[in-house]
Design a protein around this ligand. Sequence first.
Ligand code: NAI
Length: 779
Amino acid sequence: MPTVKEILETMDYGPAPESASEVTAWLQARGRFGHFIDGSFTEAGETFVSENPATGEALAQITQGTTKDIEVAVKAARKAAPKWAGLSGHERAKYLYAIARHLQKRARFLAVLETLDNGKPIRESRDIDIPLAIRHFYHHAGWAELVAEEFPNHAPHGVCGQIIPWNFPLLMLAWKVAPALAAGNTVVLKPAEFTSLTALAFAEICAEIGLPNGVVNIVTGDGATGAALVDAEVDKIAFTGSTEVGRIIRRATAGTGKALTLELGGKSPFIVFPDADLDAAVEGVVDAIWFNQGQVCCAGSRILVSEAVAQEFTARLTARLGKLRVGDPLDKCTDMGAIVHPTQLARIRDLVAQGEAAGATLIQPETQLPAKGSFFAPGLLTGAEPANPASVEEIFGPVATLTTFRTPSEAVQLANTTRYGLSASIWSENVTLAMDIAAQVKAGVVWINCTNQFDAAAGFGGMRESGFGREGGREGMLAYLKVPEPKRKPETKATDFTARPSPETPSAAAIDRTPKLYIGGKQTRPDSGQSYTIAVKGRELGLAPLGSRKDIRNAVEAAHKASGWGKQTGHNRAQVLYYIAENLAVRAEEFAARLKEAGHDPKEAEATVRRAFHYAAWADKFDGAVKSTQSAKITVAMNEPWGVMGIACPDAAPLLGFASLVLPAIAMGNRVVAVPAQSMPLLATDLYQVFDTSDLPSGVVNIVSGPRDELAKTLAQHDDVAAMWYCGSAEGRAMVEAESAGNLKASWVMENRDWAAAQGREFLSRATQIKTIWVPYGE
Ligand code: NAI
């Protein structure tokens, strides 16, 4: 007599397809879709076909948006913006609630539509995509209600251009549209060309609930339509998609004054320690890489497993792999559906083949794939070296690499061997070890003993080439708000100067000293051996060292070595800053006299002392948060320093401007390479003794004077500089943003500011990036 277990093992699932009839009728009734602009649908223009990837059959005709279409949509959004921003938060909240409720009412319809258009299993669209999208609108209805009191002195950007990918079409729309509207922006959104349908259904909901015309506009089309949106008269671009396109958009928006957030690719580590619950970790892999056919930016695509358990873990994982059901996405028993499009299928095949050619072994069980449609059996690539294309490139398909490590430090090193930094998943029953590793991995989101957790209240977004900016929660709201700066005299293009060899001893009476650069805690001669004259109204005040690219590179290296600063406690950093403040206070009169001599307001000296006290006070108070997510997890948002920052300082306030930018950066644990005011660097060079006598570790602040834009360019291009602040001319701002595209460093450029008022949270949040850590709690 067979046991129950044996009976269960021989039983198969019967088909349990979700009905598509309602969606099919909806599609048939519409057939050809135009755009949704200014509250109504336009006539369809030149169209392309949107296919069901599981069958290859046509679902609908979608209009290819032209530059003109984008212009019209942006105009509608612009017209609607003042009124929408002028509504009370409560009024805006009512619309967001109405959207959430209507999405909820049509949840089943939207789940089926998403599955037909994208190929993802109905179980996922029904249980994950649509509920999370609904939750996003409910959560942000709350933010609309609270925005005025929770974000005083903030204003919406105006019109936001939003470009989204095809992997979570409605969910990505919700992540973009909900916070934008809550903050008081209007939007023009371009869905991905493979998956426009739920965005168009969403447009119908906007019309149904009576959302004011022009607040949400949807223009469909491909990358060319997206590029037109980037170039249009919008105030902000929010993009989710490939790193390659993110880089193009960074360059295209450089110098335009458009705000930008980028959510890009990933190659996220999934780290299994020997003491992990291996069965839970195996299920974790299923959710990490076989969820949504692996087409997930934060997919755990690099499994790193301790050598001690690698054999056992691989055996269990391979057994589980063989049990995954690939097939009809509409069938409720399907684990893995179709790949979004034949081009994506070809890309996955190509990258997997490249991985095998470079020495990896593909473990892929014999799976009966449907005869039609774009399907790829899930797999594992073992033995992939770190340089193997399969270990480096985002495959964006259901295949992870599996590599072993010996020690925790080797695990961290392997985890961080990537240009990306989106997420990481850590499996260990030892919470001390797991948190220690969480602190060391370069990732915007870390999941401990879990994976792919998302919630509207928690920030999501990457580090390094995974982009910048966060979506979700308070930090996500900040990305759709700005702190308006009153118009003031712009910083002029940095003036020319005369270089001359540094004299051993000063010759002219006016030249009372020849300062040097400050690198790694030492006063250093510039590599050029040259100085330049600092003159005010024709009177020479002194010579300043003429720094060059080489000096910047040395300074970055010195800053890197000072990594211990970021690990110090806020309390310890505060003590150093207090010390700096006190030492500055002692010399305030001397600084005031120097400022006066240089034709600047002597009051800057006293204000600089106050600024140092201000950031000493902040150093241990810019707290993170514990998020109220819908899960039995503690979701912690930690403010982490960027690492090495480049800062080019304003001419307008040579001492206070320097302090206003450098002090918040170091208060948060960054190390800085600063280019002081080009026209008057001597006030910054006067600070060396202050730093030296204040226990500031060497390399935390490095100062390289010279041609601001040239030096800022080297900083912006440097791959080991993680963030860049620049205050200066329009040309300089454009240059810094464009050059930052290389490693996609976050850049903050400003024209000029009211330096007397330039302090506080805005600077601290710009000096940090949020790492969100999820830890099971009370499960
Ligand atoms: P993509 O980055 O080209 O597409 C994303 C969105 O950007 C789409 O709406 C597209 O129409 C638009 N777009 C394309 N070129 C543009 C341009 N020059 N200016 C403005 N918008 C533009 O991604 P694609 O080609 O669909 O997929 C290629 C690879 O990108 C995937 O295999 C995957 O590795 C990665 N990817 C990553 C995503 C993520 O969430 N991290 C999402 C989608 C793709």
